[in-house]
Design a protein around this ligand. Sequence first.
Ligand SMILES: [Fe+2]
Ligand SMILES: [Fe+2]
Length: 208
Amino acid sequence: MKQPEQLQKIVNKIVQSDDVHSKWLNSLSMMENTGARKISKYEHPVHTNIIVLKHAAEEARHAYYLKKQISKLAKEACPDYSYPYLLAPIESYHYLNMLDVEACRYIKKELKLEGRDMKHGAYLLVTYAIEVRADMLYGIYQEALTKYSSKVNVKSIIAEEEGHLEEMQRMLEVFHPEWERLAGDMCKVENKLFERWVTAIGKVLESN
Ligand SMILES: [Fe+2]
Ligand SMILES: [Fe+2]
């Protein structure tokens, strides 16, 4: 099965159960929050521009917004990000951490950058790959929400993620003349990690 169809099948199933749907929202919230915290960690204490500030603020808002959606499905569900309240917790944590590790390794090897320059490059490439994914994932998710007339909606997140993708593209153009090749390589790495994540979520649903 092709990836978009596989994801479609999974989210269609997820939105039909309030319990699973709550954990899905909580997992996405955790990943958004991890993203926001990574951006904050990357931020230079002095040389930080408005684009990076906006990005950090919006990813934190996504985490909060997704968390708030859970109360539409079940009151007091998923109080925090501990394993019992997440879908495929190990793979969910693994996905973001491995992206960072792989990006740093790739930039070191490919561009011979180290230290702050390497971190900057990794931030751009990882964020770009995640934004491409976010466009796909939230798009498919919103389709399922609409189809099943769910009280949950993620339209405001979709609008902001589209803006992020454009911003990342502009920053990558400044970063390197061959940014498209670099971003393409990173998206391949991300794709493998994403496959693992989707497969793990699929298995959880089967055993439910
Ligand atoms: Fe986000
Ligand atoms: Fe984003």
